[in-house]
Ligand binder design. Structure first.
Ligand code: UDP
Ligand code: MG
Length: 209
């Protein structure tokens, strides 16, 4: 089995080295014998790209997709999903808030038949009032008006089977919420609950929820 890991990255120069060498590599090695890592540089204006390029030089299993400008996380993630060639694809943030340490749990559920494994943030975690209110409103509206429903606090941290990737590639929406599209597709789904640590460095630049 080949595991692909897709990582959207925007202005993460400060933390990306630590993310890669201290968190991602040990986790991926304990989860799969064969793997590929796809970093998508989403038009970063700091040193992210040159750091990613030097990280990629350490191993042929690491690939950098460099977007021509900042398109936003959803498009960056989509670009990475298109590049992935694995049997299973794990998508996660590059700031340490999606701990790679739980990769083996994702793989375990995939091996028992799940085609989509969704990372869900534990509810005991504090968030800003505005963000929290915004999230609740988002889920309420989404679940009211959409054909599909999403579990509150489900994140973009998820695994998708190659079959899901094939269907995902058929979407041509430019305005997209990747996790919403993945949910809409259906397939056999499982959930993993996790505590989201603070960013390794810097501040969140963007958020829909
Ligand atoms: N990101 C991206 N393009 C953007 C903004 C963010 O690829 O325009 C990446 C960022 O590097 C991180 C992930 O998307 O890996 C989540 O971003 P952030 O931490 O800013 O948002 P959060 O969802 O944690 O509030
Ligand atoms: Mg973050």
């Amino acid at each position: 089995m080949l595991l692909s890991v897709v990582i959207p990255t925007y202005n993460e120069a400060e933390g990306i080295g630590r993310f890669h060498f201290n968190h991602l590599l040990p986790a991926i090695k304990s989860a799969a014998k064969k793997y590929e890592i796809i970093y998508v540089n989403d038009g970063s204006s700091d040193l992210t790209l040159s750091i990613l390029d030097s990280i990629a030089e350490t191993s042929p299993q690491i690939k950098v997709v460099n977007l021509s400008r900042n398109f936003g996380k959803e498009i960056a993630t989509t670009a990475g999903i298109y590049e992935a060639t694995g049997d299973a694809i794990i998508i996660l943030d590059s700031d340490g808030q999606h701990p790679p340490e739980i990769f083996p749990e994702f793989i375990k559920l995939w091996k028992t038949g799940a085609q989509v494994v969704v990372g869900v943030r534990n509810s005991n975690q504090s968030e800003g009032v505005v963000k929290n209110y915004g999230s609740k409103l988002f889920y309420k509206l989404f679940n009211t008006f959409s054909e599909s429903t999403i579990v509150p606090r489900s994140t973009d941290y998820r695994l998708i089977d190659r079959a899901v990737q094939e269907e995902f590639k058929k979407f041509d929406e430019r305005q997209r919420i990747t996790r919403g599209l993945i949910d809409w597709l259906g397939f056999d789904r499982e959930y993993i609950y996790f505590d989201s640590p603070a960013r390794l460095a810097g501040e969140a630049s963007y958020s829909t929820t």
